[in-house]
Design a protein. Structure first.
Length: 762
């Protein structure tokens, strides 16, 4: 601590303590030696309750707060992050996230700068290597003859190895993340080349800003540009016109499956890059990233940085800094890519904007679509929300004029939408049949395979069977942590809880009655795979679910194999329904359309409609028209009827009427507060106390409090769960009351999670 001086400068710092009790900024003095380094957005080291912690600078000012004696203010110890670590628009977004999602401010900051980047900052400071990046190069003693010998041993991976070498020969030194994307190769192949001595790592300074700001013509990939349809032309003209104004605006691009939305995105990005600005492209799943990377890089060249959780820490650091320093013009990735540190953002594209995977399920529980819109407000960017099945909220706001609406109602080249057959399973239920593939679906598959075309089968339930049950007494083995029935997996034989991932061996006898009549009920993807192999022996097939895609490289490998026609049948969960473009797929089968309809969630019908419409859109994207077979026990349900007709308008009208009657989004916002703990009695007591106090506080406000009540899944990870649901017009009117209550009424052994605009109520 030093005496105050008239020339002192002060900084407000949010310390990295994840506690509601310290969720605010603390004032520190900036030593003269650090005066040029301490600016808003940097990470500093400060003394805090006897410890030295890191923190985020959120403001710098010339005078201390009136309530503080200047002589009592302690000094900042040092600076960890470089200047301008977070651009101003992201700092604004962090403040908004705190007020809207009820998260801690420090949680918002940490979401914006990934942990590998923060860790690298500390390491660079210690080594004195700030600003240096790692690149891959060919080894000085690289020998073609030795490489040819290795290539022969690589088998099916030979092509990837050759692309890696050719890329390095053409470009010299390339950061690993960029190299893998340019060469369309897996990380394992690059590591093999390094281990064998063909590739070396090198640390070097990044290119200078003058080198980075190359002309758009020099950086485009040169891939052939498709001729745009009239609808595509109108869409590009509308979006580019909005972007050129420099004012924040949201455009909803509603185009049927196969209407060419990606080509619209590419044209918009080319326009933005040509004006010297940057763009962001969000995709809902990392499983979509390989195809997206390939297409965007073919068109836009080497200025596309990939960001998602499947990258190694070093790759994430390199991608982050390449966007921060302006060396890359486009950031492409999943949910967290919305925080890419761009200083001149022109457009944010949210592809498949309806997808629930854009919502983060741990604090901060943000929705990337809403963050993108808020970021656009702060930076003057245009947001493009694209989907064949827009969320009800987005389409409603477009109807109300809050968003601009652009429709693309036909496929490119006027290709027809697939014909859809809905097959009722009610007769099969009466007959007692338990096979996953019905007669009609098997017949359509046989016809398609005989023509040499490809088939995709959707079943949104992994494993072999939904559960084991004793037919003598009805006992179901349940997870001891979550009290939820296990999913049975056949290869290898095990029972798995898909909520906490607890595994155990299947019982040899019933734990309820001791009998030996345990049977499998409900088919999973493994069961479907087994039936397909029995029905079509010798036909190569692939299965794509979480069990077969543990690594990011698994996604690319399976998709490449199917695209290269190494398999005629692809079986998978919802991850095969989104965004993939396989021209030879002419038949899509939905094994059971009802999987999500029975869930106790007001979005169940919307999710079912979107999933069926999206997966149907995978058929007939090439020259041959497509067919779809939907198997269901509820053929008259409006979500299934409208999906079969591929009519978004009809579904929207029916679902919107139901939402309005029940006052669900988009007519209100929901805030779901979940209390959990090991003691069920303590959790219930805390929930009742909160309900009593909060009901009195919101009584005079435009807000309805539902509950408290046990959650639909009342116990997960050995913790009991209760929740309270607030229905309100404005989240920011209610959220301060919730945050204040939780800060002042912490219960020992009970934790609280706040979820504004939840995508799931389970």
């Amino acid at each position: 601590m030093t005496s105050a001086s008239t020339s002192d400068v002060y900084a407000d710092v949010v310390v990295t303590v994840p506690s509601r009790g310290v969720d605010r900024a603390f004032t520190y003095r900036v030593p003269a030696s650090l005066s040029t380094q301490v600016v808003s957005g940097v990470i500093v080291r400060v003394p805090f309750h006897g410890r030295e912690l890191s923190g985020w600078v959120v403001a710098v000012h010339a005078f201390p707060p009136p309530a503080l004696e200047a002589s009592s203010i302690r000094d900042i110890v040092g600076v960890t992050g470089g200047q301008g670590l977070l651009p101003p628009d992201l700092q604004d977004v962090a403040q908004w996230m705190q007020s809207f999602y009820g998260c801690l401010l420090v949680e918002a900051f940490q979401a914006m700068v990934p942990e590998p980047v923060r860790a690298a900052l500390g390491a660079k400071r210690a080594r004195g290597e700030a600003g240096r990046i790692r690149v891959a190069t060919l080894a000085p003693n690289f020998a073609i003859s030795a490489f040819e010998q290795l290539a022969q041993r690589l088998g099916g991976d030979e092509r990837q190895a050759r692309r890696l070498v050719e890329t390095l020969q053409a470009r010299g030194a390339v950061p690993p993340a960029e190299l893998l994307a340019l060469a369309h190769a897996r990380r394992e192949i690059l590591k093999r080349l390094h281990d064998e001595g063909f590739v070396r790592w090198r640390v070097q300074p990044p290119p200078s800003p003058g080198d980075d700001r190359r002309s758009a013509a020099a950086t485009l990939g040169g891939a052939a540009v498709e001729t745009l349809s009239p609808h595509q032309c109108k869409a590009v003209e509308t979006i580019v016109g909005q972007a050129e104004t420099g004012r924040a605006r949201v455009v909803l691009l509603h185009g049927v499956t196969g209407s060419g939305k990606t080509e619209v995105y590419l044209n918009v990005l080319e326009s933005v890059i040509a004006r010297g600005r940057q763009g962001l492209v969000l995709v809902p799943e990392i499983s979509l990233t390989p195809q997206a990377v390939d297409r965007y890089r073919r068109r836009l060249g080497d200025r596309v940085a990939v960001m998602h959780s499947g990258l190694t820490p070093s790759e994430r650091v390199e991608a982050w800094w390449s966007l921060k320093e302006g060396r890359m013009a486009v950031g492409l990735g999943a949910r967290s890519c919305v925080f890419a540190p761009m200083s001149d953002l022109g457009v944010v594209i949210v592809d498949e904007e309806h997808e629930a995977s854009y919502k983060q399920e741990q604090s901060p529980r943000y929705h990337a679509r809403q963050v993108a819109i808020r970021r656009a407000i702060a930076s003057g960017a245009t947001v493009v929300l694209g989907s064949a099945t827009p969320s009800l909220e987005s389409y409603y706001w477009a109807e109300q004029g809050k968003y601009a609406l652009v429709e693309m109602p036909t496929r490119v080249e006027e290709r027809p939408l697939p014909t859809v057959e809905v097959v009722s399973l009610q007769r099969r239920r009466r007959d007692g049949s338990v096979r996953a593939l019905g007669y009609v679906l098997r017949e359509r598959m046989a016809e398609t395979l005989a023509r040499g075309e490809q088939v995709m089968l959707l079943h949104n339930r992994r494993g072999f069977a939904s559960f084991l049950i004793c037919t003598a007494c009805g006992h179901l083995p349940r997870c001891p942590r979550c009290e939820i029935s296990f999913t049975f997996h056949a290869s290898p034989a095990r029972m798995v809880c898909h909520y906490c991932l607890y595994e155990t061996s299947p019982p040899s006898s019933c734990q309820g009655c001791g009998g030996f009549e345990m049977t499998h009920q409900g088919a999973g993807t493994q069961r479907v795979e087994e039936e397909v192999m029995e029905a079509f022996p010798g036909v190569p097939l692939l299965r794509m679910d979480r069990d077969t895609t543990r690594q990011m490289s698994d996604h690319r490998r399976l998709l490449e194999q199917f695209a290269n026609r190494e398999a005629q049948i692809l079986i998978g969960t919802q991850m095969i329904a989104k965004g993939h473009d396989f021209p030879d797929v002419t038949l899509v089968g939905v094994v059971l359309a009802d999987t999500g309809l029975a869930l106790p969630d007001f979005r169940a019908a919307e999710r079912t409609f979107s999933l069926l419409t999206q997966v149907a859109g995978r058929a007939g994207r090439g020259r041959v028209p497509g067919r779809v077979v939907i198997q269901t026990y509820n053929p008259e349900h409006y979500a299934i009827r409208h999906a079969a007709a591929q009519g978004y308008g009809g579904f929207y009208a029916e679902e919107l009427a139901a939402r309005k009657e029940l006052e669900y989004p988009p007519f209100t916002h929901l805030i779901n507060v979940i209390l959990s703990g090991e003691s069920g009695a303590d959790v219930e007591r805390a929930a009742q106390a909160m309900g009593s106090r909060m009901r009195a506080q919101v009584a005079a406000m435009p807000c309805v409090l539902l509950g408290p009540a046990p959650c639909a899944l009342p116990r997960i990870h050995r913790k009991s769960r209760w929740h309270l649901v607030f229905k309100c017009r404005q989240v920011q009117e209610i959220m301060p009351l919730i945050r204040t209550y939780l800060r002042e009424n912490a219960s020992a052994g009970v934790s609280a999670a706040v979820d504004a605009d939840p995508m799931s109520m389970l």
